[in-house]
Design a protein around this ligand. Structure first.
Ligand code: NAP
Length: 268
């Protein structure tokens, strides 16, 4: 008898790293529950992956910026007779116009989508994973969370730092349960992210192609890391160098570096 089929819930699966993670999981014969706000791309992806890999891919739309959305999502999963054995908290976005020029509703949405939703979904789904003795939680954080600050997108870095630390705490708590927890910390990755925050032109001219990774590679590295139960993974040699520097430099120097980066991108 082979391994039982597992179902992985992926947030932000309509594009970028989330869609790439869906392709990686499907290629490894996992069934999927795909969620995001846009139904069209989710349905297209689900049909493609079912046809290609023979997996069951279900679509449930949700706006994770809405209070109560994580509970409603888990209820909708149960109402369909489905169960999530794995959770990929990937949905996210940033605002780069500065703290005071960002609407309070946008601040609240960032916190709900990238911080509150991962916490709530983990709290709702982890007990089942622990009880069944198998689970995977992959939190898509960022290299930005390993830096001392983010200039212009002031809340983004701290939210991602939170996700890294929370993942590490959960990793400690779940040792020996069959549940693996990993924070994935990508650097610049080709997705819709910089189109959505309006900084495509600046980031493309400020950073050369060798600093960018494609979403498929980032997704493979992330899923391999959670399979191996590594608490944190940063894809790419240059990103690891930056993460190490970010942790070693004194604040005064590190903030100069971050400030220079933000000015190059017209964020300060
Ligand atoms: N690209 C990079 O350079 C980079 C670097 C480091 C970390 N990351 C992180 O990687 C993750 C994925 O980003 P990406 O680069 O793949 O960006 P992306 O292509 O813009 O994808 C973002 C995903 O998040 C979903 N999303 C956004 N707001 C949502 C909401 N309110 N409710 C539900 N879903 C929502 C989007 O779906 P809908 O619009 O359909 O809702 C989309 O599927 C994010 O957490 C991001 O912070 C990205």
């Amino acid at each position: 008898m082979g391994e039982p089929r597992r179902t992985i819930l992926i947030t932000g699966a309509s594009a970028g790293i989330g869609a790439a993670l869906a392709r990686v999981c499907a290629a490894r014969s996992h069934d999927l529950i795909l969620t995001a706000r846009r139904e069209g791309p989710l349905k297209g992806l689900a049909e493609d992956l079912s046809a290609r890999h023979g997996v069951v891919a279900s679509v449930i739309t949700a706006d994770l910026a809405e209070p109560g959305a994580p509970v409603a999502l888990v209820e909708a999963i149960a109402a369909r007779g489905l169960r999530a054995d794995g959770l990929i908290n990937n949905a996210g976005f940033s605002r780069t116009t500065g703290f005071l020029s960002t609407e309070p509703d946008d601040h609240a949405a960032m916190i709900r989508v990238m911080l509150t939703a991962p916490v709530e979904l983990s709290r709702l789904l982890l007990p089942g994973m622990v009880a069944r003795g198998w689970g995977r939680v992959l939190n898509v954080a960022s290299l930005a969370g390993q830096m001392p600050a983010t200039g212009g997108d002031t809340l983004y870095g701290p939210i991602k730092s939170f996700l890294i630390k929370a993942s590490q705490g959960l990793w400690l708590e779940t040792q020996g349960t069959g549940v693996h927890v990993t924070a994935l910390c990508p650097g610049y990755t080709y997705t819709e992210f910089h189109d959505v925050n309006g900084s495509r032109e600046q980031v493309s001219s400020a950073y050369p192609a060798w600093m960018w990774m494609d979403a498929e590679r980032v997704a493979r590295i992330g899923w391999d890391a959670v399979e191996a139960n590594r608490p944190r993974v940063t894809p790419g040699v240059m990103n690891n160098v930056l993460a190490t520097l970010g942790g070693m430099l004194p604040d005064s120097l590190a903030l100069k570096m971050v400030g220079g980066h933000a000015r190059r991108l017209d964020r300060l």
